[in-house]
Design a protein around this ligand. Structure first.
Ligand SMILES: Cc1ncc(COP(=O)(O)O)c(C=O)c1O
Length: 388
């Protein structure tokens, strides 16, 4: 892999916190680049100060956000519902289809609560049967595990594109093929893959793809989207509706929902927030998407190669970029992760632990991280291991 052409010094200047600490938590909360933040705050201020006077301008920026998301994943704008986060997209589908008791849904055993909660809730509320397949490093094992759970009642297979705890990239294209071969729908949670790698929903073949924009894209917190194939978007019944959701409304003729994702968008909102997704796109366009993707891949691989050299360190993420992402999971076998996290904090390094007693640490390598930060993190782990 070649070192990317991203102008790292310029990029790092746009994230002032990096002068104080190494931020390794983009997989939790992304950082907004200063040029994006300045314009985002201007959007917020102009709406708060001028109200209706800037409504049209903000609405046209919202449509620009929708169009740019659609273009980035090879979808049509009408197939995009702008949401508040990735979880919303799961809920729109789990609550929006006509489930019958006994319908079966298969998800993985490494899903984020974003998937686990809505599907478990649908199991309790609608009587669907929820099944989980164990995630493996090996893509073939994942497919075999799913196959063993398929029945003629399987209605949907849902999986993270990149799993939250381990950063394993699942073979989503093959999973979607498998779902369709059995007459089931395919749902992909792309919270950890969007703005990390190229996404083409046509190539993946998914019926639904959800993500947020506030992690890897660095758009405002509270932004996300659901892609639903047009025919399916028209089948999704929002649990709530309001002004904006309907193509037409009268008490005589009833309410006809928008055929597009707008059926989920209604009433007064913080319009400056979804409008400003487009500003994060401007930043990524300026830097170059390919350069950003290459940079994340390079840093993630650089980190894993060093960690695997340390005796007692076990990687929970595959080395190969094609099977992984910007998330790196590792543990120091038999050692308390909180003690290691304390060392990190003293050294001004901010990865995160994955639960008490898990021994596990997760490091997100984003476009703004650099080799020096990774070297410092690796040194910290090495010293921790040597100190016993
Ligand atoms: C795979 C995955 N899905 C969903 C989410 C939740 O994202 P949001 O808070 O935007 O709903 C996360 C966040 O960590 C995640 O890793």
């Amino acid at each position: 892999m070649t070192v990317s052409a991203l102008d790292v010094a310029t990029v790092r200047e746009a994230y002032p916190i990096l002068r104080e600490l190494a931020y390794f938590n983009t997989g939790t909360y992304g950082l907004m680049a200063e040029p994006v933040l300045t314009r985002y705050l201007e959007n917020v201020a102009s709406f708060e100060r001028q109200g209706l006077r800037v409504d049209l301008a903000l609405r046209s920026q919202i449509e620009a956000s929708r169009e740019r998301i659609a273009a980035r994943i090879n979808a049509c704008p009408s197939e995009i519902a702008l949401s508040g986060n990735a979880t919303d997209g799961v809920a729109y589908v789990a609550a929006g289809l006509d489930w019958q008791p006994g319908d079966e849904v298969i998800i993985s055993n490494q899903e984020h609560p974003a998937m686990n909660y809505p599907w478990q809730y649908a199991a309790q509320r609608d009587g669907i049967v929820l099944k989980r397949f164990p995630v493996h490093f090996d893509p073939c094992e994942n497919l075999k595990a799913i196959e063993s759970l398929l029945t003629d009642k399987t209605r949907l297979i849902g999986a993270s594109h990149v799993t939250s705890p381990t950063g394993i990239r699942l073979p989503v294209k093959e999973i979607c093929d498998l779902a369709h071969a059995h007459g089931a729908l395919a749902f992909v949670d792309g919270a950890q893959s969007f703005a990390v790698m190229p996404i083409d929903v046509q190539e993946i073949g998914c019926d639904f793809f959800t993500s947020n924009c506030h992690k890897w894209l660095g758009a405002p917190k509270g932004t996300g989207f659901l892609y639903a194939r047009q025919a399916l978007m028209e089948r999704l019944q929002p649990a709530y509706v309001g002004a904006g959701s309907a193509e037409s409304f009268s008490f005589e003729n009833g309410l006809v929902l928008q055929p597009s994702g707008k059926r989920f968008e209604f009433a007064t909102r913080g319009f400056a927030v979804p409008a400003s997704i487009s500003l994060a796109f401007d930043w990524f366009d300026q830097l170059g998407w390919t350069q950003i993707f290459d940079r994340i891949a390079y840093l993630s691989t650089y980190l894993k190669h060093q960690l695997q050299e340390i005796p007692g360190v076990e990687l929970g993420t595959p080395i190969e970029w094609e099977r992984s992402s910007g998330l790196v999971n590792f543990r120091v076998v038999g050692r308390d992760e909180t003690a290691l996290q304390e060392r990190f904090e003293t050294a001004k390094l901010y990865p995160r632990t994955l639960g008490k007693g898990s021994e596990k640490i997760r490091v997100s390598t984003a476009l703004f991280n650099d080799e020096d930060e990774i070297d410092r993190l690796v040194r910290c782990v090495r010293e921790f291991v040597q100190a016993g």
